[in-house]
Design a protein around this ligand. Structure first.
Ligand SMILES: [Zn+2]
Length: 90
């Protein structure tokens, strides 16, 4: 099983994801919007495997899955800003 490790840009907590790769098949690349399980910071993480089928196992939770076939990097940043605003209001 392939894993992907990345850090929260705010508190450096490690997130570990289980990557699903469809060998010889179609992989949907894209981004996750992740909420850090340690400090609740929201950030985007590019997933160069199947973004829909891979799972974040440790360190946080995936709030949204943004497929590169549909969304651009700019869309991801916009979405992130909107989610941060919503989080502040709550
Ligand atoms: Zn954090």
């Amino acid at each position: 099983m392939d894993t992907l490790e990345f850090q929260c840009p705010q508190c450096d907590a490690t997130c570990i994801a289980e990557m699903v790769v469809h060998w010889g098949g179609v992989n949907d690349y894209g981004w996750w919007i992740v909420r850090c399980g340690t400090c609740s910071h929201l950030f985007s993480q590019y997933v160069g495997r199947d973004v829909n089928d891979s799972l974040l196992r440790e360190g946080g939770e995936v709030l949204e899955v943004l497929d590169r076939a549909i969304y651009t990097k700019e869309d991801v940043e916009e979405r992130l800003i909107r989610l941060r605003e919503t989080a502040v209001e709550q």
